[in-house]
Design a protein around this ligand. Structure first.
Ligand SMILES: Nc1ncnc2c1ncn2[C@@H]1O[C@H](COP(=O)(O)OP(=O)(O)O)[C@@H](O)[C@H]1O
Ligand SMILES: [Mg+2]
Length: 371
C-alpha cells in the first residue's frame, strides 16, 4: 500500500473556519473541542478538498462562511514521498478544482486522486435508515472500482429529472419522453453493472470485517437488490411499458434509483429486526469494508475522517475501532469532545498530534511536538 497523508491544510472562509492553517502528522490527528467550535467543519474542509463534495450537504454554498462570497481549501499531500497539491474553492454555486495548479480532466478524476473515507454521526442510520444512504455507499465504492460509473450516475440523474418533469407537464403519451428513456436505459443499465461490481467487492470486504467484530452465532448476509436492470433493452422496454403507472407517481417504478444493498441478520432484514447495537456493529463493519475496497482498488491506504465516533459507538465498538486503527498505517483525523478519549488515543497510539478548536480557530497543542 502506498502511504498518503495531508501534510498541510489551509482553509479560508468555510463555515466557522475563517483562516485556518494546520500541519497534521502522518498518524493520528486528534481534533478536540467543545460543541459548536468547528471540529466537524475542519473534517468537512478536508473532505471537500479531497473529493470536491461535502458529507453534510449537497448544497455547496452552505459551506461558505456567513458573510463571505467564497471559501477555499488548499492541501499539500505526500504520496509515497512525493509532494502534490489539491485546491478546492466554492463561490455561489460555482466550484473550482485544481490538481497541482491545473484543472482536472473531470470531477471523478479529481475525486479519486486522494482517497478518504469518512465516518460521521449521520451514518449510524446507514443500515437502519432508507436505501439512499446505502446507494451512496455503493456509488462511493463504484467511483474507485470503476471511475466511469460517476458519469453514468450523473447522466442518469439528469435524465430522470427531465423525464419526471415532462411526465408531469405533458403526460405519458408524449413523444418527447423517448430520448430521455433512451438515456435512462443507456446510463441506468451501466450504473447497475457498476453498482453490482461495487456491491460484490463491498460484501466480500464486509464479511472479512465482521469476522473479528461479530459473534460467530450471528449470520449476516448482504446482497445487491437492483431496482432496475443491467440490460439496456430491458430497461427501455420496462420504462416504456410503465408510463401510465409512472404518470401517477413522482418517479419511475423501475430503475437504479430504487437500488438497495439489503442486509440480513439470521435471514431477517437487518433494517427491521436489528437492535441499536447491531446497527452500530454493521455500520462500523461497512465503513471498514469501504476502507478496504478503496485501498484495494487504488493501492493507497485512504485517509480516515472519524467524526465524533465515540459518542456514536458504545465502549465495545470503540475498542473494536481502536483495534482496527492500531493495525493500520492510515493517516487519521478523529474529532472528540471528550478529554478521556484524547488521553486514551494518546496513550494507545504512538505518533499522535493534538489540535484544539475554539470558535473556529485551530491551535496545535504545545505538548504535541510538531515536527
Ligand atoms: N456557513 C457557515 N458560516 C459560519 N458559521 C457556520 C456556517 N455553517 C455552520 N456554522 C456554525 O459553525 C459552528 C461550528 O460547527 P461544527 O463544525 O459543526 O462544530 P463542532 O463539530 O465542533 O460541534 C456552529 O456553531 C454552526 O452554527
Ligand atoms: Mg461536530
Amino acid at each position: 500500500m502506498r502511504p498518503l497523508c495531508f501534510d498541510q491544510v489551509s482553509v479560508r472562509n468555510l463555515r466557522v473556519l475563517r483562516e485556518v492553517d494546520l500541519e497534521p502528522c502522518s498518524g493520528i490527528n486528534i481534533v478536540a473541542g467543545a460543541n459548536g467550535q468547528g471540529k466537524t467543519s475542519l473534517l468537512e474542509a478536508i473532505y471537500l478538498v479531497a473529493t470536491s463534495r461535502s458529507f453534510r450537504t449537497h448544497k455547496l454554498r452552505e459551506c461558505i462562511a456567513h458573510g463571505a462570497s467564497a471559501g477555499s481549501v488548499r492541501a499539500r499531500l505526500l504520496e509515497d514521498g512525493q509532494q502534490r497539491e489539491q485546491f478546492f474553492a466554492v463561490s455561489g454555486n460555482e466550484r473550482v478544482l485544481k490538481l497541482d495548479g491545473s484543472k482536472p480532466p473531470g470531477v471523478a478524476a479529481y475525486a479519486v486522486r486522494s482517497p478518504v473515507v469518512v465516518f460521521h454521526p449521520g451514518e449510524v442510520s446507514l443500515t437502519a435508515g432508507p436505501a439512499s444512504g446505502r446507494r451512496t455507499l455503493l456509488d462511493r465504492v463504484a467511483l474507485f472500482v470503476d471511475p466511469r460509473s460517476y458519469e453514468h450516475l450523473v447522466a442518469y440523474q439528469r435524465a430522470l429529472k427531465s423525464r419526471n418533469r415532462l411526465m408531469a407537464t405533458e403526460g405519458p403519451s408524449s413523444r418527447a419522453l423517448d430520448p430521455y428513456e433512451e438515456l435512462l436505459a443507456r446510463h441506468g443499465s451501466r450504473l447497475a453493472i457498476a453498482r453490482r461490481n461495487a456491491a460484490t467487492a463491498l460484501i466480500q470486504a464486509l464479511l472479512l470485517a465482521l469476522e473479528p467484530l461479530a459473534p460467530a452465532s450471528l449470520k449476516v448476509l448482504a446482497t445487491y437488490a437492483p431496482g432496475g436492470s443491467d440490460q439496456e433493452q430491458e430497461m427501455l422496454e420496462r420504462l416504456h411499458a410503465g408510463r401510465i403507472r409512472d404518470s401517477r407517481r413522482s418517479s419511475p417504478g423501475f430503475g437504479p434509483h430504487l437500488d438497495d444493498l439489503v442486509l440480513t441478520l439470521d435471514d431477517r432484514p437487518a433494517r427491521v429486526v436489528g437492535s441499536q447495537g447491531q446497527h452500530r456493529l454493521l455500520t462500523l463493519a461497512l465503513k471498514i469494508a469501504e476502507t478496504g475496497c478503496v485501498a484495494q482498488a487504488t493501492g493507497i491506504d485512504p485517509v480516515l475522517l472519524l467524526d465524533d465516533v465515540s459518542s456514536e459507538l458504545d465502549a465495545e465498538r470503540t475498542d473494536a475501532l481502536f483495534g482496527f486503527l492500531a493495525q493500520r498505517s492510515n493517516q487519521v483525523f478523529v474529532t472528540t469532545t471528550r478529554p478521556e478519549m484524547v488521553s486514551r488515543l494518546r496513550s494507545e497510539a504512538p505518533g499522535t498530534r493534538l489540535f484544539e478548536v475554539v470558535g473556529g480557530a485551530v491551535r496545535i497543542d504545545p505538548g504535541s511536538g510538531a515536527s
